[in-house]
Design a binder for this molecule. Sequence first.
Ligand code: AMP
Length: 294
Amino acid sequence: VDLVRRVQAMQEMARQARGTGKKIAFVPTMGALHDGHLSLVRRARELGDVVVVSVFVNPKQFGPAEDFTRYPRDLARDADLCIQESVDHLFAPEPDEMYPPGHRTFVDMEGLTTVLEGAARPNHFRGVLTVVMKLLHIVKPHFAFFGQKDAQQALVIRRMVKDLNLDAEIVVAPTVRHEDGLALSSRNAYLGPAERAAATVLSRALARARQLVEREEVRSARAVEAAVREVLAGEPRARIDYVAVVDAETLEPREEITGETLIPLAVFVGGTRLIDNALVRPPAAPRPPAGDLA
Ligand code: AMP
């Protein structure tokens, strides 16, 4: 893998690849790579001629009291994993390289960024959108890959790409989980053994929601949300930040679960804040009996 630390060098590489007709596939990350990231890299390897992974812990998307300084960083290990996955370029700039003194331009979005994660983490999505916009201009990908694990992030990025006519196709890939259901996350490294066991409560709560909607045909969002909260409340180490039942495209609260519905949640387990979500839909309406012409 070719380690690139400068914006200009990465842009030059991207220009050359495009100039020779190559398809660039890009996976932006904050590093401490795990199988969730690597599932995106493998999709990228399938679709692209040139695969670029970025590792950048973006200071602009962390709040002042958040974990920016202690976020796990291990570039040597990330580089080894990139070699194993046949990544072509690993773009890992320092914060000063991405935000040199004098930087003062940001990407902002109305509505979608002020609810859920955006309500819990003011300015988070402003930081995310700004860095993704910059990375798309630096890496110039034909395809960029994001995980459904961060459902709201994937949604706002798709929205930005549409709204600002960006020339990249956004691919969203399913959440990779441990066998016990816990979604892979770099922040799982913060969990002690008892917390790691307790953290399965997120996926258990979401599985309960899925069962209610898809098997028991419960349509009341209020009832589903209450059931999720009840499962979470059963774990003494867990403290709910938010649980919601929303339209998967607009993020507006649902009363009745009809179309594609997102159930996002954020939960503190000990001192670690974890997020997860489930996309659910009511079972298809029964077909009319054969011969019954409408
Ligand atoms: P991060 O390094 O946490 O910013 O994540 C980088 C990308 O990997 C984002 O698009 C995430 O949604 C995605 N990602 C993180 N964890 C997972 C997971 N468990 N499964 C699938 N994608 C993931």
